[in-house]
Design a protein around this ligand. Sequence first.
Ligand code: FMN
Length: 340
Amino acid sequence: MLTTNRYGVGDGLLGLLEPLEVKGLTLRNRIVMPPMQSGRASFAGEVTNRLINFYVSRSIAVGLPIVEHSYIMPTGKIGPKQLGIYSDTLIEGFERLTSAIHNVGAPAVLQITHAGGVANRKVIGTQPAGPSERGKTRGLTVAELLQIADEFALAAERAIKAGFDGIELHGAHGYLLNQFFTPLLNKRNDEYGGSLENRMRFPLLVVQRVKARLGGKLLLYRLGSDDLAPNGTSVEDSVTFAKRLEDSGVDILDISGGMCGSEPKQLKHIKGYFLPQASEIKKAANVPVIGVGGIREAVYADKLVRDGVVDLVAVGRALLKDSKWAEKAVERLGTKAVDV
Ligand SMILES: Cc1cc2nc3c(=O)[nH]c(=O)nc-3n(C[C@H](O)[C@H](O)[C@H](O)COP(=O)(O)O)c2cc1C
């Protein structure tokens, strides 16, 4: 349900500072802090005070902070100081993180992930596995897929126990869920590979299992919407996938890149570089859509929401560089509205 426009500036459309209610949770504005690995977890993936400070200082005026990608099981780890949610023993540290974020008036969402074929062999101590055998990667068996889907669900349950208001499944940037969706990496010839329907099957299974453990909390999906490569994922396939995600209970769609990653070189100078894909998906979806990519200016972010291009705007590197980016944006846009 959308609330009325406090800063109403005449066009009747809502702006970046407008609250948004999603499934009973009120976001105070449309500014999203996208997940960004901070390198501040311990080697065992635990929350540290440095990590808490990183999020608290940036969440002060953010509507929806999404905490960085956290591995759901040891074989899905990519970096040495990656945050992890693979064991119940980690819940206590996350409780400190969620209450610190809540104390500055923001909800907290945790992104959970498995790196699949791009897991770090040195870090995991075994051969990485993805949808299909490829180079030094082996293909996962169906039994392993079912086990990984259960590990996603257990990780989600831990996150909710730790006080998160929702979780985001990392289905972008070439990680496991994205590896299944993209025809560039998924060469399986069983029911989990080949056709679009089959390539969606594993991510949708994970959505279904996770959803069952969320107890009504928010479920977000970060969708690798475009590989920017011949024969890769196209936005048409992503529109179909987005609708299926929505039908399966995803509450917010977060639209980023696929195998091209989150900051593709060929797009890096374009303001709002994944907005074309996000806007196509928004036209087809009935749930809120997050747009991301090279957004640094509050006025531009505000216009994206007012023009109905997306519902929420994620600002990553600008917020990384200036922890007060959101505070300044709220001040700037609030003043602007008063001036009108
Ligand atoms: C240092 C850094 C770490 C990142 N870590 C993650 C991550 O953990 N999960 C994820 O989905 N994206 C990650 N990203 C991608 C960002 O969420 C975002 O999509 C990207 O930076 C583009 O947005 P921007 O142009 O506003 O920075 C990371 C980006 C940066 C710069």
